[in-house]
Design a protein around this ligand. Structure first.
Ligand code: SF4
Length: 919
C-alpha cells in the first residue's frame, strides 16, 4: 500500500492548539484548513482580528504536516514488505529502526546546533564584528573604464541576467554544494504576509504550539492511520504521556522554522551597505571577486562546514528576520546565504509577499512550490500586491533625463564602444527619443494653447484640493495597449526588436553604467561649484531613470493580453494649479504600465502548490478573491470559510441607517455630496451620535472631496455650526492629507480619548476617508473606537479610464470563460448561461467598494473583550446584495435595519446602556 492511498481523516480535536479548549470557530477553522490541505484545495478563509487566526492556521497546517510525515513513514514501511509472515515483519522492523535512527541523529544534530548557538551568544558579549582581513575592497566605479558595458553584451547568449563573473561564481558554489551529502527535502508550509513586521507575529504563536515530540511516538502513531476513528494529535492525547519516553525538553516538537528575507534585510556586510545603493548587485559583484576581496562573511572554499553549522542553528531555533541577521553577526556567517541553504529542511518558511509571488525571486532562492502548502496571510492585500509588483511608473521628465544621459554617454564613449554595443545603444536612443516626443505631443494636445501649459483643456474649474486635482487628472487620462503605444511612437520603434534590446540591457548592465557615469558628472559639477553645494536630497535614494526605462521595456517586450499603458496629464504646480502666488509650471505626463488581471501572476503558485490558503481578518466579499484569482480553476477545487467572531453577539451592534432625523432617505451618491440639505442631515446625525457614543468615534467618508464639503458647510453657523457642536461633546480631528501628519493626529486623538474623563468632552471624533491613510492596518481597539460610522458607499469614479478598461477586460474574460465552460458541457447536460449571478464588471465594481467598507469597519473590535457599534449610513446598505458582502458575522441577519432614525437611536441607546457607558 503506497502512502498516497492513505487518507488522513480530519481530526476532531487539535491537541497542539495552545489554548484549550479552543473556541468553536477556531476548531471549525482548523478542521476546514486541515481538510483543504488534505484534499488539495484552494481556499479563502476569513477570521476576524482577535479570533486567534494565526494560531489556528499554524496549528491546523502543522498538525497536517505532522500527520503527513507519519503517513509517509507508514507508506515506506508498507512498501518495504506487505505480508504478515516472519520475513516481512522483520523487514519492516529493520526499516522502522533505521528511520528512527536517522530521525534521532538529525534531532541530535539540531540539539548540538542549539547548544553551540547558546555558547556563541554567551561569548557575544565580547564579540566584535569580524574585520575583512585584507585590503579594502575595490570600489565598483574606478575610472572611466568601469563605465563600459560588460563583456559579451551581444544578444543571443543564455543566462542574460548574469555577468560572466557571477556565472563562474554560481558554478563554483554549485560544485561545493554538490560535494556535500544530499539533504533530504521535506514537505513544507510557506507562510507569507505582506511585511516582515507582520511575520514577526508568527513565531511567538508557533512556539506556543504543543505538537508532541520524540521520534518513537511518531513512528508508533503510524499504526493509528488505519483506524476507523478520526486520527489526530488530539486522539492520541491520552497516550501522549511522553514523559516516559522523552525528556521534558523534548516534550513538544519544535518545528523547523525559517524566516526568509532579501539581502536588503539580511546582508551583514556593513562596509558594502555603506558603499552601495543596490545591495543585491553589490553582493553579486563581491561574490565574483578574487579570494582576498570576497565577502568576509562567506566561509572560504573548503570550509563550508561553518556555513552548515550556522544553517543548523537557524533550523534548530526559530528566528525572525532581525534575530537571523543578529545571529549572522554573532556567527560571522552571512545569514542570507545560510537561510537559503536551510530551505530544503525547513518545515515552516515565513516570507514576505514579494519573495513568494515573484517567480524570479523564488528561482533565485531555490523555492520550489511543487506539492507544498502556501498560506497567504493578510490576504486582502494579495490582489493589490500582485498588481503592483508588475507596475512600472515613470514620467516625461524621467524619459527626457534618460535620453540626455544616454546621449551624453554615447558621445563620450563612442570610440571605446564596440560596434555591437553601439548598435544597441543607438536603438535605445531611438526608443527614448520616440517616447519623449510622443508623450510631449500627447500632453500638448491636451493643454490649451497659450495657457502656459498650466490649465487642463478639459476642465475649466481650477482644483483646490488634492482630491479635486486627482479627479481632474482622471478626466485627462488615456489607456492604451502596449501595441497601440508602440504604433503611436512611430515607424522606427515598430521596427525595433524590443526583446533584443532588453536582453542587451540586462546582460551589459549598461543602465547601471550610464547612471553611474551621469552621477559622476553631477558630483564633479557640484565639486566645481564649491563645497557648499550638496547632492539634492531629492536625488538620494532615487531609482536611476534608466533602470525604470529598462523595467518599462521589459514589460513591453513581455506584455500579455492584460498589460496596459496609462497616460495621465499632471500639473506639477502642486495642489493649487491656478494659484496666483505660485510660479506657473508646465504640465507633464505620467506614464504607467500596469496589469488589468492579477490572476496570471498567481497562477504558478496555485498550479504548483498542493493547497493554497488565502486568509485574512476581512476577506469579504470572498467572491471577489475567487473571481479575480481563481476563475480558471474547476469550481470543486475552490472552497471558503468565513467564521464569526469570538466576541459574544452582544458586543457588536451593526446598523444600516437608511433615514435621517428629518425622515428623508439617506442617499450619499456622488451627485448628492455637495447638497446642503444632505450635508445638514449628515451633520445632525453625527451630532446625535456624539451625544450617545462614549469614547472614540470614527466617521469614514467615501472621498476627501465629500469630507471637505462637509467640513466647509459645518464650519458655518448658518448651516448649523455643527463642527462647534461636535466639539462640545467630542474633540474633533481630521485625517491629514499628508502621510507625515498621520502620527501626530493619531497621538492627539488617543490623548483626547484617554483624557476625556477630566473634561466636559466625552471622547474624540475622527473624520477620515475610506481607502486613505487610516482605514487599513490601524488598530482602534477599545475606547479608541466605540463606534465606526461609514457614510455612503465608496464606489470608484467611473470617469477613470483605467477603471473602465479594467471592467471591460473582466467582462470579456468572463465571456471567454463561459464559452469554454459551454464547450466542456457533457452531452445531455444544460450548458451554463452565466458563471455567476451578476455581470463580472458590475460584480468587480461592487466588490471593490465593499472591500473598502469592510476594511474601514474592521478597525474596531480588535480582541475578544472589545465592543463597538458599526453604523452604515445609506439606504443602499439595506439591499440584500450589499448586505451579503459584509463579513458574515456583521451582515445578513446580524445587520439591524430600523425603519426610522428614532429606531437607530433606540438600538444604540440600549447597546451602550448595556455596556454601562454612554456619551
Ligand atoms: S555574502 Fe552576505 S553578507 Fe556578504 S555581501 Fe552578500 S549578502 Fe552581504
Amino acid at each position: 500500500m503506497s502512502s498516497d492511498t492513505l487518507i488522513l481523516p480530519t481530526p476532531e480535536i487539535f491537541s497542539a492548539f495552545p489554548y484549550t479548549p479552543p473556541y468553536n470557530i477556531q476548531a471549525q477553522l482548523m478542521r476546514h484548513l486541515y481538510e483543504a490541505i488534505e484534499n488539495r484545495k484552494v481556499t479563502v478563509i476569513e477570521s476576524p482580528t482577535g479570533t486567534g487566526k494565526t494560531s489556528s492556521l499554524l496549528c491546523a497546517s502543522l498538525t497536517w504536516l505532522h500527520d503527513e510525515k507519519n503517513r509517509a513513514r507508514k507508506g515506506k514501511l508498507n512498501n518495504a514488505a506487505t505480508g504478515d509472515d516472519w520475513v516481512s515483519t522483520q523487514t519492516r522492523d529493520r526499516l522502522r529502526r533505521q528511520l528512527e535512527a536517522e530521525e534521532l541523529e538529525y534531532e541530535q544534530r539540531l540539539a548540538d546546533a542549539r547548544q553551540k548557538e547558546a555558547q556563541l551568544k554567551s561569548r557575544a558579549r565580547v564579540w566584535k564584528k569580524p574585520k575583512p582581513d585584507d585590503k579594502p575592497q575595490q570600489p565598483f566605479i574606478d575610472g572611466d573604464a568601469s563605465f563600459l558595458p560588460e563583456d559579451g553584451g551581444t544578444p543571443g547568449d543564455d543566462d542574460m541576467n548574469l555577468s560572466p563573473a557571477v556565472k563562474a561564481l554560481m558554478a563554483r558554489m554549485d560544485s561545493h554544494t554538490n560535494n556535500e551529502e544530499p539533504e533530504m527535502a521535506c514537505t513544507k508550509i510557506y507562510y507569507a504576509s505582506r511585511t516582515h513586521s507582520q511575520l514577526t507575529q508568527v513565531l511567538p504563536e508557533l512556539r506556543k504550539l504543543k505538537i508532541p515530540g520524540c521520534s518513537m511516538v511518531n513512528i508508533n502513531a503510524v499504526s493509528n492511520l488505519d483506524h476507523d476513528v478520526p486520527y489526530s494529535l488530539g486522539k492520541r492525547k491520552e497516550q501522549d504521556n511522553l514523559s516516559s519516553i522523552c525528556s521534558d525538553d523534548h516534550k513538544y516538537y519544535q518545528s523547523r522554522a525559517l524566516s526568509l528575507g532579501s539581502r536588503k534585510h539580511l546582508c551583514i556586510n556593513a562596509e558594502l551597505r555603506a558603499r552601495v545603493k543596490d545591495i543585491d548587485e553589490g553582493c553579486r559583484e563581491l561574490l565574483a571577486e578574487k579570494k582576498e576581496n570576497r565577502c568576509p562573511y562567506l566561509p572560504p572554499v573548503g570550509e563550508e562546514v561553518r556555513m552548515n553549522e550556522f544553517r543548523d542553528q537557524i533550523l534548530a531555533n526559530p528566528k525572525d528576520i532581525e534575530d537571523l541577521a543578529l545571529s549572522g553577526r554573532v556567527s560571522g556567517i552571512c545569514p542570507y546565504f545560510a537561510s537559503r541553504k536551510a530551505i530544503p529542511q525547513a518545515e515552516l518558511i515565513t516570507l514576505p509577499y514579494n519573495l513568494l509571488l515573484q517567480k524570479s525571486a523564488r528561482e533565485a532562492l531555490g523555492i520550489n512550490l511543487k506539492d507544498q502548502i502556501v498560506v497567504v496571510d493578510e490576504g486582502h492585500n494579495l490582489i493589490p500586491t500582485l498588481l503592483s509588483l508588475s507596475t512600472v511608473h515613470l514620467s516625461l521628465p524621467l524619459v527626457q533625463t534618460a535620453l540626455y544621459q544616454v546621449t551624453t554617454y554615447v558621445t563620450k564613449f563612442r570610440n571605446k564602444l564596440n560596434p555591437a554595443n553601439l548598435v544597441q545603444l543607438k536603438r535605445l536612443l531611438v526608443f527614448l527619443d520616440a517616447l519623449a516626443k510622443y508623450s510631449g505631443e500627447w500632453r500638448d494636445m491636451r493643454v490649451e494653447p497659450g495657457a502656459n501649459d498650466t490649465q487642463c483643456a478639459q476642465s475649466k474649474v481650477s482644483p483646490t484640493t488634492k482630491t479635486e486635482q486627482k479627479s481632474q487628472q482622471l478626466e485627462v487620462q488615456e489607456v492604451l495597449t502596449p501595441a497601440e503605444l508602440i504604433e503611436r511612437m512611430g515607424r522606427k520603434v515598430l521596427g525595433l526588436n524590443m526583446l533584443e534590446i532588453v536582453n542587451y540591457l540586462k546582460k551589459s548592465k549598461i543602465a547601471r553604467k550610464i547612471s553611474g557615469y551621469a552621477e559622476k558628472l553631477i558630483e564633479q559639477a557640484e565639486k566645481d561649484l564649491g563645497p557648499k553645494k550638496q547632492v539634492p536630497a531629492s536625488r538620494k535614494g532615487v531609482v536611476p531613470p534608466l533602470h525604470v526605462i529598462e523595467d518599462l521595456m521589459t514589460a513591453l517586450a513581455g506584455a500579455t493580453d492584460d498589460g496596459r499603458i496609462s497616460l495621465t496629464l499632471i500639473n506639477t504646480s502642486g495642489p493649487s494649479i491656478a494659484s496666483k502666488s505660485r510660479p506657473k509650471q508646465p504640465s507633464t505626463v505620467d506614464i504607467r504600465y500596469h496589469l488589468l488581471n492579477p490572476a496570471p501572476h498567481f497562477r504558478d503558485v496555485v498550479d504548483e502548490a498542493r493547497a493554497v490558503i488565502i486568509a485574512g481578518g476581512t476577506m469579504s466579499p470572498i467572491s471577489d478573491v475567487q473571481n479575480q484569482l481563481f476563475s480558471h480553476l474547476p469550481p470543486q477545487r475552490i472552497t471558503s470559510f468565513s467564521c464569526g467572531h469570538i466576541i459574544p453577539p452582544e458586543n457588536v451592534l451593526t446598523v444600516a441607517v437608511t433615514k435621517g432625523p428629518s425622515g428623508r432617505e439617506l442617499d450619499f451618491r456622488a451627485g448628492n455630496q455637495g447638497d446642503s440639505s444632505t450635508l445638514s442631515d449628515l451633520g445632525q446625525i453625527i451630532l446625535n451620535f456624539t451625544r450617545i457614543i462614549p469614547g472614540g468615534m470614527i466617521v469614514f467618508f467615501p472621498s476627501y472631496k465629500f469630507l471637505e464639503n462637509a467640513k466647509s458647510a459645518w464650519a458655518l453657523a448658518t448651516d448649523g455650526g455643527y463642527l462647534e457642536k461636535f466639539d462640545a461633546k467630542k474633540k474633533v480631528f481630521f485625517e491629514p492629507e499628508d502621510q507625515a501628519g498621520v502620527e501626530s493626529v493619531l497621538q492627539q486623538y488617543a490623548t483626547a480619548v484617554a483624557g476625556s474623563s477630566t473634561t466636559s468632552q466625552t471622547g474624540a471624533l475622527l473624520l477620515a476617508v475610506i481607502g486613505a491613510k487610516l482605514s487599513e492596518g490601524l488598530n482602534f481597539a477599545d475606547d479608541l473606537a466605540r463606534a465606526v460610522v461609514v457614510v455612503g458607499l465608496p464606489f470608484a469614479n467611473l470617469a477613470s479610464a483605467e477603471l473602465r478598461e479594467r471592467m471591460r477586460y473582466v467582462k470579456r474574460e468572463e465571456e471567454k470563460l463561459l464559452r469554454e465552460r459551454r464547450k466542456e458541457t457533457v452531452e445531455g447536460a444544460q450548458p451554463p448561461t452565466a458563471l455567476r449571478g451578476k455581470d463580472a464588471a458590475a460584480e468587480l465594481y461592487e466588490n471593490m467598494c465593499m472591500n473598502a467598507v469592510n476594511q474601514s469597519i474592521g478597525r474596531a473590535i480588535r480582541h475578544r473583550g472589545d465592543w463597538a457599534a458599526l453604523l452604515l449610513l445609506d439606504q443602499r446598505y439595506s439591499n440584500l446584495s450589499i448586505r451579503g458582502k459584509l463579513p458574515k458575522w456583521l451582515g445578513g441577519d446580524n445587520l439591524v435595519v430600523p425603519g426610522q432614525f428614532g429606531g437607530v437611536m433606540k438600538q444604540m441607546g440600549a447597546f451602550f446602556h448595556a455596556k454601562g457607558r454612554t456619551g
